[in-house]
Design a protein around this ligand. Structure first.
Ligand SMILES: Cc1cc2nc3c(=O)[nH]c(=O)nc-3n(C[C@H](O)[C@H](O)[C@H](O)COP(=O)(O)OP(=O)(O)OC[C@H]3O[C@@H](n4cnc5c(N)ncnc54)[C@H](O)[C@@H]3O)c2cc1C
Length: 502
C-alpha cells in the first residue's frame, strides 16, 4: 500500500556508516529533506569501529600532503588487480573520488590528512607508503549532543563503555565529522532504533520503507528515493550458510545487533538482483574467550601454523590476503600463532580488542609451555612437525630471508614494525588460537555507476540505490588497499544522492 506515511522525506537513508552519512550529507546539502534511519541505538556501524583509512585516490589531500598519487596511477593499479572494467564502476569511482573529497572538505566540519598505510599489492600504480588518508580527530565538545550517539571503539563498545576521554579519532572522527556536517545543513533528521524491513513501491518505483521502531510499524515515505547502506549480512548465520560465506557470524567484526541483511532481503523481494554473495573483506581473528574474535590487522613477530604444525603463508600479508589463505584449507581454522617470551609473552601483533593474556590462558584460547614439544601436545598438533617448522623458521630469521614465503619482502609487512622476522627461541612458548574472521560481507545488490539498484535484466529500479556492503563491491574477490570498503561506500553513497537530487 503506497502513501499513508507516518513520516515523509525526500530521501531515506538506511544505515549510518561512512557511505550512508556521505549520501545523507550530500542529499541534505542539496536541500533535500533527508532521514538517516539506523536500527540500533548508536550511529556508525562497523565504520565507527574502523581506522577510517579512506582510499579516495588523486584528491586534494594527497596533493596537499605531498603524496605522489594521481587518478591515472590509481587507474593503473586497479586495472592491474581487477582487470577490465565492463560495468564502468571503476571509472565512476576514480572520477568521483577527488570531486567528493573537494566537496567534503569545503564543509568546515570535515578535514582529512594523509597517513602512511601501504597498498596491499605490489602492482603497477602502487604508491610507496600508500595513498589513503584519515579524518582529523574531533573534540567531543564540538559534536555536542551528537557525540554520545556515535558508536565507541570496538574495545570500549564490547566492554560496554562509552568514548574514551579526549577527542574522537579514526572511525569515530569520520562518523562525527560527517554527522556534524549533515546536522548543520538543517535538512536532515536522525531516526535511531528503527529497523527497515520492507520497501514500498508504487508502479515499479520505490516510494518508501516499512520499519519497526520500539515494536511498532512505521512507514517512511521517500519522494526522491531510498539509499540502502545498511552494511552486509555478516551477523546473520542463516544467510551466511545459505550463501556459503566462510567464517562465522559470531566472529564477524560488525557490532552486535547490526548487520543481518534486511536491506538486501527487502530489495530482492521487489526484484533487485545480487552478486558476490559468498564474498567478504577477510581478516585473521584472535579467538576470544567469549567466542568472538579480535581483528588482527598485522603481526609483529611469531609464526602461524595449521593443524599439521606447518606454516602455509607469509604471516605479514595484508589481512584480507591472509584471511583468504586461511579460508583455502579447513586445516587452517583454527590456526595457531606461535610466539615466545622475548617480548614478555605479549601477542606479537595488533589485536582489536587485544584481550587479556591471563583470561586467554584460563579459557584455553591461548596455551603456554616450557618446550615446543609440550606446546604441540597442548594445541593438538604433531610435536615433531611443530619443532621442525620453528627450527626452519628460526633459520630464516638468522639468514634474514624467509625462503618459503618471502615474509621480509613486501613493504606492507614492515609497516607494523621492523624487523619483520623475529626468532622464536625464548621459553616459555605460547600458542594463540587464530580463526577466520571478517570486516563485513561484500556481496549484495548489483548497482550501476549512479548507485542505482538493478534488476536481473539490467534495468534500474526507480527510487532504489545501494552503497557500501549492502551492494556488491566492484572489487570482486580483491581488497586492493586500506580504505577501499569505506572509500567506495562514500563515493557510491554520494553518487546515489546526486542522482536523487537530479
Ligand atoms: C577494527 C576495524 C578497522 C577497519 N578499518 C577500516 C579502514 O580503516 N578503512 C576501511 O575502508 N575499512 C575498514 N574496516 C572495514 C569497514 O569498517 C567496513 O567494511 C565498512 O565500515 C562497512 O560499511 P557499511 O556502511 O557498509 O556498514 P556499517 O558501517 O557496518 O554500517 C551499517 C549500519 O547499518 C545499520 N543497519 C543494518 N541493517 C539495518 C536496517 N535493516 N535498518 C536500519 N539500519 C540498519 C547497522 O546497524 C549499521 O549501523 C575496518 C573494520 C574494522 C572492524
Amino acid at each position: 500500500m503506497a502513501g499513508n506515511w507516518d513520516e515523509e522525506y525526500d530521501v531515506v537513508v538506511v544505515g549510518s556508516g561512512g557511505g550512508a552519512l556521505t549520501g545523507a550529507y550530500t542529499a541534505a546539502s542539496a536541500g533535500l529533506a533527508t532521514a538517516v534511519v539506523e536500527k540500533t541505538a548508536l550511529l556508525g556501524g562497523t565504520s565507527a569501529y574502523s581506522g577510517a583509512a579512506l582510499w579516495l585516490p588523486g584528491s586534494q589531500v594527497q596533493a596537499r600532503d605531498g603524496v605522489g598519487d594521481s587518478t591515472e596511477a590509481a587507474r593503473t593499479y586497479l586495472r592491474a588487480l581487477l582487470g577490465a572494467d565492463d560495468t564502468g564502476k571503476q571509472e565512476a569511482f576514480l572520477r568521483e573520488a577527488p570531486v567528493l573529497v573537494g566537496e567534503l572538505e569545503a564543509d568546515p566540519a570535515i578535514e582529512f590528512r594523509f597517513r602512511v598505510f601501504p597498498d596491499y599489492y605490489d602492482r603497477p600504480g602502487r604508491v610507496p607508503g600508500g595513498r589513503s588518508f584519515v579524518p582529523l580527530d574531533i573534540d567531543a565538545a564540538e559534536l555536542g549532543d551528537l557525540a554520545p550517539l556515535i558508536r565507541p571503539s570496538v574495545e570500549r563498545n564490547r566492554a560496554g563503555e562509552g568514548h574514551a576521554p579526549g577527542p574522537l579519532s579514526a572511525g569515530r572522527a569520520l562518523i562525527g565529522r560527517l554527522l556534524l556536517a549533515y546536522h548543520r545543513t538543517g535538512h536532515g533528521v536522525l531516526r535511531l532504533g528503527t529497523c527497515v524491513e520492507e520497501l514500498v513501491t508504487n508502479e515499479d518505483r520505490v516510494t518508501g520503507v516499512v520499519a519497526v521502531r520500539e515494536g511498532r510499524v512505521v512507514r517512511l515515505g521517500a519522494r526522491r528515493g531510498v539509499l540502502l547502506a545498511g552494511g552486509g549480512f555478516e551477523r546473520n548465520a542463516d544467510l551466511r550458510r545459505a550463501h556459503r560465506v566462510p567464517g562465522h557470524a559470531d566472529r564477524a567484526m560488525a557490532p552486535l545487533g547490526t548487520n543481518t541483511g534486511e536491506p538486501v532481503r527487502a530489495a530482492t523481494a521487489i526484484g533487485a538482483v545480487t552478486a558476490l554473495m559468498h564474498e567478504a573483506w577477510w581478516c585473521p581473528g584472535v579467538a576470544m574467550p567469549d567466542g568472538r574474535a579480535g581483528f588482527v590487522p598485522g603481526f609483529t613477530g611469531g609464526l602461524v601454523v595449521d593443524a599439521h604444525g606447518s606454516r602455509y603463508a607469509n604471516e605479514s600479508l595484508p589481512y584480507d590476503r591472509f584471511g583468504r589463505e586461511m579460508a583455502a584449507d579447513p586445516a587452517r581454522t583454527p590456526s595457531q600463532v606461535i610466539f615466545d617470551s622475548a617480548a614478555g609473552g605479549r601477542f606479537p601483533g595488533i589485536a582489536m580488542p587485544p584481550g587479556d593474556p591471563s583470561e586467554h590462558l584460563a579459557a584455553g584460547t591461548w596455551s603456554r609451555a616450557d618446550t615446543l614439544e609440550e606446546l604441540a601436545v597442548r594445541i593438538g598438533v604433531p610435536a615433531e612437525a611443530l619443532t621442525a617448522t620453528v627450527d626452519r623458521f628460526n633459520g630464516f630469521v638468522d639468514a634474514g630471508r624467509d625462503a618459503d614465503f618471502g615474509r621480509e619482502r613486501d613493504e606492507f609487512g614492515h609497516w607494523f614494525g621492523d624487523p619483520v622476522l623475529r626468532a622464536v627461541r625464548e621459553p616459555p612458548y605460547f600458542a594463540a588460537r587464530l580463526v577466520l574472521a571478517d570486516l563485513g560481507t561484500k556481496g549484495g545488490l548489483v548497482t550501476d555507476v549512479r548507485g542505482r539498484a538493478l534488476r536481473e535484466d539490467g534495468s534500474p529500479i526507480a527510487g532504489l540505490y545501494a552503497a557500501g556492503n549492502t551492494s556488491a563491491s566492484f572489487t570482486g574477490d580483491c581488497y586492493p588497499g586500506p580504505g577501499i570498503p569505506i572509500g567506495t561506500a562514500m563515493v557510491f553513497g554520494a553518487l546515489a544522492a546526486k542522482d536523487m537530487a537530479g
